[in-house]
Ligand binder design. Structure first.
Ligand SMILES: C[S@@+](CC[C@H](N)C(=O)[O-])C[C@H]1O[C@@H](n2cnc3c(N)ncnc32)[C@H](O)[C@@H]1O
Length: 243
């Protein structure tokens, strides 16, 4: 049920995602910089939850071989993949599909929070790495969108993990290279703008989407009465090497 809702929300808002995903664009760049500080080439790469390709376009800067691109619903992003490498689609639920083996890099940005069993997915990810292969992930911490609780809204996604939480969920035999939590605060002119942002980035259905139109209008009046609202993202980054 949850999976069906996640698929429906991201599919419905795929076209508006990049216009709204200011935080996720910064996160993709931050994760890529962490990756590039440890490797400059990769023969075999898998990306989970590619979405519109914010991280994929960063990964194309690797002097790369082949890449497998996974997403639950998003069509393959348009991109020029460098060199002789090929792009292989791997559509479907990352928890259910077979990963290619012997990977130099498995990367995923802003997707882990949607996974019901992150520990299971991470164990599967690590098995797909070759020895010394890199796992590079970003998610969001448990204090993501702290504004929601003040507005009486549910948390948004099922699996919020900070950097230490991602690290704890990794199987034994991984050497942590980057563990970092960050805060990105977006400022909006009004509650209407903020909810439009949530809708465009595919998160609204998990927050305000359950409110009746009347209750939502009341909530927006309350929020606006307190002044221009903010939305605080708490991205978490974990890059680790398989020993
Ligand atoms: C917030 S978007 C992030 C997209 C992209 N990585 C970025 O940084 O902008 C989350 C993406 O994860 C995908 N997703 C969610 N659950 C998934 C699952 N179980 N398996 C594969 N992809 C999933 C969604 O379809 C969506 O495209």
């Amino acid at each position: 049920m949850m999976m069906a809702r996640i698929a429906a929300e991201f599919s419905r808002h795929h076209h508006s995602y990049e216009g709204a995903a200011l935080a996720q664009a910064r996160i993709a760049v931050g994760l890529a910089e962490g990756i590039f500080s440890h490797i400059s080439t990769a023969r075999r790469v898998l990306e989970l939850g590619h979405g519109t390709g914010l991280l994929t376009r960063q990964l194309a800067r690797l002097n790369s071989g082949d890449i497998w691109l996974n997403d639950l619903v998003a069509p393959l992003p348009q991109l020029a993949w460098p060199g002789q490498g090929r792009v292989y689609p791997l559509p479907g639920d990352a928890a259910a599909c077979d990963f290619p083996r012997d990977l130099d890099l498995l990367a995923s940005a802003s997707m882990l929070q949607w996974i019901a069993d992150p520990r299971g997915l991470l164990a599967k990810a690590v098995r797909a790495l070759r020895p010394t292969g890199l796992l590079a992930l970003s998610g969001f911490g448990p204090d993501n969108f702290p504004e929601f609780s003040g507005w009486g809204l549910p948390r948004g996604a099922p699996s919020y993990l900070n950097a230490a939480g991602i690290c704890d969920a990794l199987p034994a035999g991984m050497e942590g290279l980057v563990l970092r939590d960050e805060t990105i605060t977006l400022q909006f002119e009004s509650a209407e703008d903020l909810f439009a942002h949530l809708r465009a980035s595919g998160v609204n259905g998990f927050a305000a989407g359950r409110l009746s139109p009347g209750r939502l209008r009341g909530l927006m009046r309350e929020i606006n009465a307190a002044g221009p609202p903010t939305l605080t993202y708490r991205p978490s980054y974990c890059i680790a090497r398989r020993s």
